[in-house]
Ligand binder design. Structure first.
Ligand SMILES: Cc1cc2nc3c(=O)[nH]c(=O)nc-3n(C[C@H](O)[C@H](O)[C@H](O)COP(=O)(O)OP(=O)(O)OC[C@H]3O[C@@H](n4cnc5c(N)ncnc54)[C@H](O)[C@@H]3O)c2cc1C
Length: 394
């Protein structure tokens, strides 16, 4: 073979073994605990969560995505795409695969924080498994935060004073702190937006629950003359949007990986069922009306994985992977939703039962088509890359 030979689609042994071990951990440890829980619970409760977390730490599955210097596993975007898929095959995989069992990540912009912020906020999240929140979206809109964002942060000596309202902030009602994006400059656009750490017990901050489709738990957060230390500014004033964007590719690839894990598990479950369930004197597995949706799902899963892995690989190479990540998130989230829908159909009534994970995933994947850039926004970004200025009518 020439030097230009393609190294192929095989994963490196170490990564393949890590992914298989994690998949086994989910199957043998997390799934039995979830199966015994009331399926309407918000998450895996204590003491079960703590017990599972201890096992995950021992097995080396703790905070694999966080940088090594902060106490995490330091996996690359590609490695994370592979393990995130393996970690996603259980009920409480949304919003975070593992449901806290394998740790939580701090809001990723904090990795760009200063030493004091890393010690005070990043390391405790990784060490103790704390819950945090991120608040960008507002009642005025989430798709175009650069224009819609109205919350202000006014500097006053060694403090900033926050005023405004945030919508949909996931888990702010249970979090110790979060990162809030606010305008330090009233100029419109991205350059006036800054990111701040805000502790949830700060006077002037009020969190109220906004019930939505489960398993997401969102809130509205109000700031009324809420004073926070100036030291809580992350990076420089006006840098908030740029900091958030640095992680966008990785975030979108991780969502695609989650959808992949769930889709593949749904197909596995539906295939097993079709080999046991008989109607009209024959197994469902013999019917082409059952075979074809399973086959279509398998093809689409492979296509979604190729998109996700390519985007992840480009990100790790330092290449611009924004459009690739949009393609991966768009295709995988829509594929995941369609696949789970087909699999529910194959199960019939049982597919809708709360004790089955399918109905959880159906709701979660519906939401995934809206969060972190809705499908229309991903399509817009892909088309804008193709059409250039013509896409915006200029
Ligand atoms: C369960 C859940 C959890 C969330 N968690 C968080 C969180 O933790 N933190 C946070 O900050 N936000 C969070 N969000 C907010 C989420 O990011 C926004 O809902 C999302 O960005 C869309 O914003 P919007 O709802 O304001 O819709 P809008 O921006 O008002 O858009 C409405 C619809 O119009 C479509 N649309 C917009 N522009 C165009 C266009 N140019 N062409 C065609 N169609 C268009 C959109 O795709 C969307 O379907 C969460 C939302 C949900 C539902």
């Amino acid at each position: 073979m020439s030097d230009h030979s393609f190294s192929g689609f095989e994963l490196p042994d170490e990564l393949r073994m890590l992914s298989e071990a994690l998949r086994d951990f989910v199957r043998n440890e997390i799934l039995p605990v979830e199966a015994a829980l009331d399926p309407t619970l918000r998450a895996i409760p204590q003491p079960q969560l703590g017990e599972l977390q201890a096992k995950a730490r021992t097995a080396g599955f703790w905070c694999m995505d966080a940088p090594v210097e902060f106490g995490g596993g330091g996996l690359s975007t590609f490695e994370m795409a592979v393990v995130w898929e393996a970690a996603s095959r259980h009920r409480y995989t949304f919003p975070t695969p593992g449901g806290g069992v394998i740790g939580y990540s701090p809001p990723v912009v904090l990795y760009r924080g200063n030493e004091e912020q890393i010690e005070k906020y990043v390391k405790p999240v990784i060490e103790k498994g704390l819950i945090t929140f991120t608040a960008i979206s507002e009642p005025t809109g989430g798709s175009d935060p650069a224009r819609a964002l109205r919350t202000t942060a006014r500097r006053d000596g060694d403090k900033y004073i926050l005023n405004g309202r945030k919508m949909w902030a996931t888990n702010a009602d249970e979090a110790d702190f979060g990162v809030v994006y606010a305008r330090t400059d009233t100029a419109t656009g991205r350059s006036g937006i800054s990111a701040f750490v805000v502790e949830t017990n700060t006077p002037g901050m009020h969190v109220s629950k906004v019930p939505v489709m489960r398993n997401h738990w969102t809130t509205e957060v109000e700031f009324n003359d809420c004073e926070i230390p100036a030291a809580n500014l992350i990076g420089d004033e006006g840098e908030g949007f740029a900091l958030a964007q640095k992680w966008m590719v990785r975030g979108r690839v991780m969502l695609a990986a989650q959808a992949l894990g769930v889709a593949e598990e749904s197909v596995r479950m539906a295939a097993e069922w079709s080999k046991e369930r008989e109607t009209f004197g024959a197994l469902l597995a013999t019917r082409q009306g059952v075979q074809f949706p399973l086959a279509d799902s398998l093809v689409e899963i492979e296509a979604a994985r190729a998109l996700a892995w390519k985007a992840a690989w480009k990100d790790d190479q330092g290449q611009d992977a924004r459009v690739d990540a949009s393609m991966a998130k768009l295709f995988a989230s829509e594929m995941g939703f369609n696949t789970v829908d087909r699999c529910i159909q194959i199960f019939g009534g049982m597919g809708t039962a709360k004790e089955m994970n399918l109905e959880h995933w159906f709701r979660d994947l519906r939401t995934m088509r809206i969060v972190e850039g809705a499908s229309e926004i991903q399509r817009y970004l892909i088309a804008r890359d193709l059409l250039g200025a013509a896409a915006t009518g200029r």
